[in-house]
Design a protein around this ligand. Structure first.
Ligand code: PAF
Length: 282
């Protein structure tokens, strides 16, 4: 596995692979790799000849400085995981390498980036799109792999690719969960055992929506959202509801009726002060 910290070296390596006719697949991450990332890498391995894993804690997408400082940095462990999963290039640039002094340009997918996560975290998607576009330019992937867990991020990135005619195919991978149902996330490490128990209200809410839709044929947004609210409220103290909605997977607009195969149910809440999101495709 190549360990690369320089933008120039990463670009040259990617270009060399492309000249040889290899299919290059990129898995962008912020490191602190877990089983969810493992699934993204495994999917990437099956899709192309060369897998680039980027591990870069992107300061631009954190609107809360405290959140950025708390973000776990586990470089050595991440390299080991990447090696075991047969990644070809581990790209871990320093902040200044990606954002040299005088960096002024950002990318904004307007409207889509302003609701839900964007409303709770102003500027977040601008930071995500800017770094993802940079990573695409540096690594020149044929395919890039993202998790559906961050459903809005997935939709925003796909939109950016379409709007800017970027020559990359975006592939989504379903959320990986613990046996309890909790969606695997780097943030889970900040939860106490008691908080983890409470956090199950998010996945329970999504399960309830599936149940109502599949077993009882309830497809109306209002009824499904009521079920989500009551699942979150039943968790009691220490859980603060943020938002929930039933949206089109293409436009991220709320839909009155679930359109099977093209709808996401979204939920976000703070559990023990830690902001968690979960979503599922209906
Ligand atoms: O999903 C993430 O880990 C990040 O938002 C991403 C896509 C790597 C951009 O920094």
């Amino acid at each position: 596995m190549e360990i690369i910290e320089s933008v120039k070296q990463m670009s040259e390596q990617a270009r060399a692979w492309k000249r040889e006719g290899r299919t290059v697949v990129l898995v962008p991450t912020m490191g602190n790799l877990h089983r969810g990332h493992g699934r993204l890498i495994a999917r990437a391995r099956g899709l192309g000849d060369k897998v680039i894993l980027s591990c870069f804690v992107n300061a631009l997408q954190f609107n809360d400085k405290g959140d950025l400082e708390k973000y776990p940095r586990t470089r050595e462990q991440d390299e080991d995981v990447a090696r075991k999963l047969e990644v070809d290039a581990f790209f871990a640039p320093a902040h200044e390498e990606m954002y040299p002094p005088g960096f002024l340009t950002t990318v904004n997918v307007s409207y889509l980036s302003e609701k839900f996560e964007g409303a709770s975290r102003p500027g977040h998607f601008r930071g995500v799109c800017t770094v993802v576009l940079k990573l695409f330019n540096i690594c020149q992937p044929d395919i890039a792999v993202f998790g559906y867990k961050d459903a809005q991020q997935f939709t925003v990135i796909r939109h950016m690719v379409r709007d800017l005619s970027l020559p990359v195919e975006i592939t989504g991978v379903p959320t990986v969960r613990e046996a309890s149902g909790l969606a695997i996330s780097s943030r889970n490490k900040q939860l106490t055992d008691a908080d983890k128990e409470k956090a199950l209200c998010l996945s329970r809410a999504l399960k309830r929506v599936h149940f109502l839709l599949k077993k009882q044929g309830i497809a109306h947004r209002g009824e499904l959202l009521q079920a989500v609210r009551s699942a979150i409220n039943s968790a009691g103290e220490g859980v603060e509801f943020d938002y929930a909605d039933i949206v089109s997977a293409t436009t991220f607009e709320p839909v009155d009726l679930v359109e099977r195969g093209n709808t996401f149910v979204l939920v976000a809440a703070r559990v023990g002060g830690v902001r968690l999101i979960d979503s599922t495709r209906l």
